[in-house]
Design a protein around this ligand. Sequence first.
Ligand code: ADP
Length: 482
Amino acid sequence: MKLQDSSLLREQAYVDGQWVGCPSLPVFDPATGSRIASVPSLQREDVKHAIRCAGAAFCSWSRLLAGERAGFLRLWIDLIRKNKEDLAFLITCEQGKPLSESRDEVDYGVSFLEFYAEEAKRLYGETIPPFRRSSRIVVTKEPLGVVAAITPWNFPMAMITRKIAPALAAGCTVVCKPAIETPLTALALVALAERAGIPPGVFNVVTGDAVQIGIELTANPLVKLIAFTGSTAVGKLLMNQSASSVKRLLLELGGNAPFIIFPDADIDSALSGVMFSKYRNMGQTCISSNRIYVHEDIYELFLERLSYEVSKLKVGSGGLEGVDQGPLISQSALIRLEQQIKSSVDQGAQIVKGGCRHSLGGTFFEPTVLRDVRDEMRIACEEIFGPVAPVLCFSDEADVIARANATRSGLAAYIYSCNLSRCWRMAEELEFGMVGINEGRLSTELAPFGGTKESGIGREGSRYGIEDYVNLKYMLFGGLSH
Ligand code: ADP
């Protein structure tokens, strides 16, 4: 591993300010399939201990002033910035995305720390006009307590900071379980947090068997919130498991984003929107366009232009200069993608571009475009999570809205049209938590990210994204005399 600071490669978990456990679970580079490091498989007792320590640390961390906590976060931010190249390198090594995207992820990840370090100073309460002359009503916001963060592999850093930043800034303490595919970025981040002087117990990272750790995190009464990004299936499981201790849940689950292009759209801009929303991170994001609805008047033209753009994508190891598409995360992801394509082709979809494993081998897959896709095909019903663009045809606005909404997911949707009335109308009609209007890049720390229906509960980012980390307290002051 060519890290400038080799001490950022950690093969132990971090609990209560200590590096613990013996490396036993291998972490692989998806570009080569080779083992790059190993991390410990902590047992349930270890996780219980981590939660207990986070509970103990909460007593002092929550009592600091918001500005004091922001001071720690700022030191951490500075260290992350200084070590940006190493963090980006680690992300690419364990996740596979091109280095340029990993650098963007570090910036995006830091943006949440910056935002919430300041936002916690604005966790305003309220006074409410009383119902009795001798009383006063005051509402304050108090940090929840210990938060469990369970994060996915597709954004090894940003999905952590999007949860940790509001949690720590508000005064909560955290036990984080990163994805087993990508724990190294999480461990490097916590190594930098340690250097920044963030006190022991405030931010713990545990690695190991997801099921066992998940059982402890959801059952333990000290944990007050499960903040999770991942699949809808696991989200539902965590909801069930959390019922026994009535935990709050913040869930960012799967999507099935429609991307709707009208004939009056600026085609160049729609194309660049599709290219970004579909092929960034090899299509492995929950807001990736999953069903590209193109109006019949521009269907052929759009397909031709899309295929040309896709043919220019350079596939290769994410660490190489000029690469646009890295490998998929795993063999199972590759096989699932092949099955989705095969099933659609069996039902009449046609491959316009790609469609096969890439000649580089491993988990590399050709960037793909499918035409004549219909709503009932598997590829349009399931989240794809790969570099495959299914293009569907539509003719009527009301019809495309109904088709776009006919899914149990409700995360992101995209509309391209130059008709402002249509854009407003459609944005209001689409049953999704986020709508990009002539815009394919939605993610920012400034806006609330999250979904409706089975895409999740709660929001991350913006002032809304700290609300899940606090309890409201209503205080009634009585017997006041004048
Ligand atoms: P994906 O299919 O994209 O890997 P998952 O929902 O399986 O998405 O994984 C997201 C996160 O949830 C990862 O950190 C993973 O280890 C964790 N996870 C998976 N299964 C469980 C479980 N039963 N309990 C707790 N966490 C889990």
